[in-house]
Design a protein around this ligand. Structure first.
Ligand SMILES: Cc1ncc(COP(=O)(O)O)c(C=O)c1O
Length: 398
């Protein structure tokens, strides 16, 4: 496509580079789960070409046949440099990092280090559905502490649950999603320090999933969990997977605070065999040389978020769009449309547009949908029109 707007940094907006015909050639989950007449605005894949630095690094590796097993600390070093530059955080100690197969398997391994079978793992719904699936699959017990007012963390409820979960000196962990999926909430330094203080008080171990950290709106400070006072015994997972659309190139980094170093040291060596070597190469290249591309993406996402607000105001004024400061996801409260607990089903069947049902996100998900706005303005516009067209004639919600 020509005429792609350029970000001041000089990179074109990657969200405007691919048209629907090209995207429909993709074979990934987003594009192949539903029939071809359905517009997919669901699973967290972005409709973008890759950053040139990533393509070059992967192409060079393939040309060289460099497709063996991963080793070394290049990924963690690139992440440390990115964190220093982007978040002004120089707290990543390479000796307290490990490469893991991906963020969710990294979460599972971190939870295995600090809890045992049957132990509670606390989450804040509505939250990324695989949290429930993976925790259940590893024989831990999910304990929900729903988000509080404004869909922010609820410290009083967390304290109550931390206290109950550790009564009788039981072990418990708290799986924090930071930034939060699906709401796009960026936790403040104060909120995170409160979490750390409560976790220390009750002996709850914190595992922070920070996969969306590169996707924070410019001007909004992202605070890494391990950077807050009191978080020394915390563990974190970071990755270039969401920020640069590399979910198919598996890799992530696990990080330990100084007080969790001995826990991370118990990570079985074979876990580090799980990431793809090409994945590690791709993620490292993204963090090292993909920041111009990321800036252009973030500018495009901000424009799309504004566009979505305008489109909803025009076509679906009864829907409440939760204001987000991160991710490329939009959490839509559709309860005023009277479409029942699962409006996504109605949008799919009658509008031929796929958004995520809120139900698998846990408590607070009924009547909500999650929409993926990492696409072109044209596709986003078509998506909202399809949602509006799904409404019964009398239920415009206006
Ligand atoms: C909060 C969160 N964690 C983890 C993942 C998945 O990461 P990975 O593919 O590295 O397991 C996602 C994907 O969307 C996510 O939103």
């Amino acid at each position: 496509m020509t005429g792609i707007p350029h970000h001041p940094a000089g990179e074109p907006d990657p969200l405007r580079a691919l048209d629907l015909e090209r995207l429909r050639c993709r074979t990934s989950m987003k594009w192949r789960t539903y029939p071809a007449d359905v517009l997919p605005l669901w699973v967290a894949e972005m409709d973008v070409p890759l950053a040139e630095a990533v393509v070059r690094a992967v192409t060079d590796a393939l040309a060289l046949g460099d497709t063996g097993y991963p080793t070394g600390t290049a990924y963690a070093e690139a992440l440390a440099a990115f964190a220093a530059d982007r978040w002004d955080w120089d707290g990543i100690a390479i000796e307290r990092t490990a490469i893991v197969p991906d963020v969710m398997l990294g979460v599972v391994e971190m939870l295995r280090l600090v809890t045992g079978p049957g132990d509670p793992v606390i989450v804040d719904p509505p939250v990324y559905p695989p949290f429930f699936q993976f925790i259940g699959h590893m024989d831990r017990k999910v304990v929900e502490v729903p988000l509080g007012p404004g869909l922010r963390l609820d410290p009083a409820a967390l304290e109550e649950t931390f206290r109950a979960a550790t009564a009788g000196s039981g072990r418990a962990a708290y799986l924090l999603c930071s930034p939060h999926n699906p709401t796009g909430t960026v936790h403040t330094a104060g909120e995170l320090a409160t979490v750390a203080a409560l976790a220390e008080r009750y002996g709850v171990r914190v595992v922070a999933d920070e996969i969306h950290a590169p996707l924070v709106t410019p001007g909004v400070p992202f605070v890494p969990y391990l950077s807050v006072p009191g978080a020394e015994r915390g563990l974190s997972l970071m990755s270039a997977s969401k920020g640069w659309n590399l979910a198919g190139l598996k890799a992530a980094v696990a990080l330990a605070g100084p007080g969790a170093a001995t826990d991370l040291a118990r990570l079985p060596e074979e876990v580090g065999h799980g990431p793809s070597h090409i994945g590690v190469i791709a993620h490292t290249a993204a963090l090292r040389a993909g920041t111009g591309w990321l800036d252009a993406l973030l500018a495009g996402l901000a424009a799309n978020r504004n566009l979505l607000a305008r489109l909803l105001a025009e076509h679906l004024p009864a829907i409440r769009l939760h204001p987000a400061e991160a991710t490329y996801l939009a959490w839509l409260d559709c309860r005023a449309l009277d479409l029942g607990d699962d409006p996504a089903q109605v949008f799919l069947e009658r509008g031929r547009v796929a958004v995520n049902s809120g139900l698998p996100f846990g408590t607070g998900g009924a009547g909500h949908v999650r929409l993926n706005l990492a696409t072109s303005p044209e596709i986003l516009t078509d998506g909202v029109r399809r949602m509006a067209a799904a409404l019964p004639p009398t239920g415009t919600g206006s």
